[in-house]
Ligand binder design. Structure first.
Ligand SMILES: [Zn+2]
Length: 115
């Protein structure tokens, strides 16, 4: 899964189809992401010490990562991402649409350097 926290993503499916939002958290084990303002639900909360009023709390619920596309930093279009190694051995995520790099995925490693 090539989605990271603070990425901008576009939602492809569901009630929030077409909206763009920032990724708040990524659950790699479940393959889900939480996107700002997407899949909001009202949670009814009982009165408690922390929340003396109780009532309805609006919060985002996780959606499947396969239902969003990362928006490329360079071309600003939703695009599929690939992984490649740079000449210095850095692992990088790149946009398959325009080819621009979209953030490092790992430090340079000598064994990845092409001879
Ligand atoms: Zn791009």
């Amino acid at each position: 899964m090539l989605i990271r926290t603070n990425d901008t993503v576009k939602v492809l499916i569901g009630d929030d189809e077409g909206t763009r939002g920032r990724v708040l958290s990524v659950d790699r084990a479940a393959g889900k992401v939480i996107v700002e303002g997407v899949n909001r639900v009202y949670k009814h909360v009982r009165r408690s010490q922390r929340n003396p009023q109780g009532g309805r709390l609006s919060k985002e619920m996780p959606i499947f990562a396969s239902n969003v596309l990362v928006v490329c930093e360079k071309c600003q279009a939703p695009a599929r991402m690939g992984v490649r190694f740079l000449d210095d051995g850095t692992k990088e995520r790149y946009c398959k649409k325009c080819g621009a790099g979209n953030g490092s995925l790992g430090p340079p490693k000598a064994r990845r350097v092409k001879a």
